[in-house]
Design a protein around this ligand. Structure first.
Ligand code: CP
Ligand code: NVA
Length: 306
């Protein structure tokens, strides 16, 4: 049994399979072709933080695979009344086939997985967001072909998205140019969970414009992630120069793409002209969450197909 708790839990070969499978699954969805590979299987979705995309993509995706879902939040379950995470894992995993969790610390999802009888998927933690980066890479490949050898510019917070981009670069052979305000940088130990990595997979830049130079993809995220709301005012000041604008896009490659995991704050981390402009692929990126996660759920439950 496999879990998907961080990007580096899978090998490059497994990603090659998943991305190919997601292409087929997307084609079938677009052609209204039934694809019930997970008939009678149940996915439990546990949300300790808000969500639009993750909720809809997992829920719609599971129904499209012929399965069903159970939706739990902290507020409407015993999770919010301090039932131990280990006990919740034991119980929920006896009644369902697969669990997706969005929570705070990575340690929580690891404790859940350690006591679960079924595979567990990380639907975002403070440290990682592997399903999003899987969708982002799928989207890049759809638009531009292989991501190997390419350069991704990360402008903004050294957060869960940034950490996951670094794991992906290390595993799949591309490079990340990282520019964060001082005090909001990447913690390497945390980003790679203490595992060995190729130091060349990323480079730090104090100037976000320098980070964008020659990039094939420019990407950013909110200045204040969920769980850090009390730092919002302080962050607004610190991040003022880390807004992806037309000048940054102009120094990237001519055919560079812009991505944002969403939700976005126009006028903060990205100018409206960029996110709503011709280089932005954010709507494909959001839609692709569903296609890649269908491939992921299938893989965790029934292994490689075809
Ligand atoms: N990108 C993403 O995970 O969006 P939600 O917070 O809406 O799920
Ligand atoms: N970094 C953001 C991503 C939201 C999808 C957060 O954790 O809130």
């Amino acid at each position: 049994m496999k879990h998907y708790l961080q990007f580096q839990d899978f090998t490059a070969d497994e990603y090659e399979y998943l991305l190919k499978r997601a292409t087929l699954i997307k084609q079938k969805f677009k052609g209204y072709v039934t694809h019930h590979t997970l008939a009678d299987r149940t996915l439990a979705m546990i949300f300790e933080k808000a969500s639009t995309r993750t909720r809809v993509s997992f829920e719609a995706g599971m129904y499209q695979l012929g399965g069903s879902v159970v939706h739990l939040t902290t507020g409407d379950s015993q999770l919010g009344r301090a039932e131990p995470i280990e006990d919740s894992a034991r119980v929920i995993s006896r009644m369902t086939d697969l669990v997706m969790i969005r929570t705070f610390g990575q340690d929580k999802i690891e404790r859940f997985a350690a006591h679960s009888r079924v595979p567990v998927i990380n639907g975002l933690t403070n440290e990682f967001h592997p399903c999003q980066i899987l969708a982002d890479i799928f989207t890049f490949i759809e638009h531009r072909g292989s991501i190997q050898g390419k350069t991704v510019a990360w402008v903004g917070d050294g957060n869960n998205m940034a950490n996951t981009w670094l794991q992906a670069a290390n595993l799949l052979g591309f490079k990340v140019h990282v520019s964060t305000p001082s005090g909001y940088g990447i913690d390497e130990q945390l980003a790679f969970s203490g595992r060995a990595y190729d130091k060349g997979c990323y480079q730090l830049f104090s100037d976000p414009h320098e980070a964008c130079k020659g990039a094939d993809l420019v990407t950013t995220d909110v200045w204040t992630s969920m769980g850090y709301e009390e730092e919002n005012e302080k962050r607004k000041k610190a991040f003022a120069e880390w807004c992806v604008d037309l000048d940054m896009m102009a120094v990237a490659k001519k055919d560079a793409l812009f991505m944002h995991c969403l939700p976005a704050h126009r006028g903060e981390e990205v100018q409206a002209e960029v996110i709503d402009g011709p280089q932005s692929v954010v709507w494909d990126e959001a839609e692709n969450r569903m296609h890649v996660q269908k491939a992921l759920m299938e893989y965790l439950l029934i292994g490689k197909q075809g």
